[in-house]
Design a protein around this ligand. Structure first.
Ligand code: DAK
Length: 267
């Protein structure tokens, strides 16, 4: 199967567009009239795309971005407005959003504009966040009488610390990409017109490394917040040792010593 074959596969329509670029799946939120607000249908299409990526061994990395001036301006307020407590509790509202955080393949957020509320939470579920210099971040839920519900109070605090997370969640203040960078919320700020090009370069780089090794690294880094240090170090050592069961580990080291690029087979 060649890259050209991959690119010819049918693409998702409507609120989420799916494109393929060699081993990278690009998921674009395409609801610009509502600033890519995360309605149920959009989340469902996003999750289908993630399932597709997860089940396709030809995909080694995923990029999530948005069209227009927003990455995503949060959950769809018009869809939420008339819901009652009983309804959101019964349907475990927002729970499907967690699909992104459970993705085993590396996910890069290319934040092109507003990433607010659920949009900021969605970016934080990704593994790497590249922000356009025009991007804006915030947790404005307090201004509409609610609170972050998809990890905002938890992941933001882990990334920027209590003092800054408190201010952002309690005031709803929007911050620039540059401020988000200084705080440690994003990986790097990139000029808007270079955002996708530079993001794809990194995505291709990751996607072409050994897929099982990449998966183990992602799992080990994510375990930091869940496992005490001693257990985490032990787990990491065992995972490291297990890479010696991979053909890719042998190939990577051999290629280095033979001064040639490695030809990983993802096994
Ligand atoms: N939902 C629905 N529509 C939205 C939207 C949103 N979040 N954000 C923007 N839009 C729509 C606007 O209504 C407008 O539609 P039309 O009037 O044209 O039909 C269109 O997008 C363009 O928006 P604006 O006219 O407002 O554009 P501006 O450039 O003037 O302003 C803005 C851009 C991003 C500053 C502004 O649109 C804005 O403040 N948007 C809302 C941001 C926000 O508050 N986001 C947080 C949403 S709450 C829960 C779990 C999670 C949540 C809740 C509950 N539970 C577990 C129960 C979470 C929530 C959220 O994310």
């Amino acid at each position: 199967m060649t890259a050209a074959d991959i690119q010819e596969r049918p693409q998702n329509e409507e609120l989420v567009r799916v494109d393929f670029d060699d081993r990278v799946m690009i998921i674009t939120l395409t609801r610009p009239d509502a600033l890519n607000a995360l309605c149920r249908k959009l989340i469902s299409q996003l999750n289908s795309a993630l399932d597709q990526a997860e089940n396709d061994t030809r995909i080694g990395a995923i990029v999530v971005t948005g069209v227009g001036k927003a990455f995503a301006a949060g959950a769809d307020i018009s869809e939420m407005k008339n819901l009652t407590f009983a309804e959101v509790a019964e349907k475990d509202f927002i729970q499907p959003w967690e699909r992104l955080s459970r993705c085993q393949k590396p996910v890069i957020a290319a934040v092109n504009g507003y990433a607010l509320g659920g949009g900021c939470e969605m970016a934080m579920m990704c593994d790497i966040i590249y922000a356009s210099d025009q991007a804006k971040f915030g947790q404005p839920e307090v201004t509409i009488g609610t609170m972050p519900g998809a990890g905002g109070t938890q992941r933001l605090t882990a990334l920027v610390g209590k003092a800054k997370a408190m201010e952002l969640c309690l005031t709803g203040r929007m911050i620039t990409a540059q401020e988000a960078d200084v705080m440690g919320l994003v990986t790097r700020v990139i000029a808007g017109d270079s955002l996708m090009k530079e993001t794809l370069e990194i995505a291709h780089k990751i996607a072409n490394f050994s897929a099982p090794v990449v998966r183990m690294i992602k799992e080990a880094v994510n375990d930091v917040s869940e496992i005490p240090l001693v257990g985490g170090i032990r787990m990491e050592r065992r995972m490291f040792q297990s890479t010696f069961a991979l053909d890719d580990r042998k190939e990577g080291m051999t290629a280095f010593l033979e001064k040639r690029p490695a030809a990983f087979k993802h096994r």
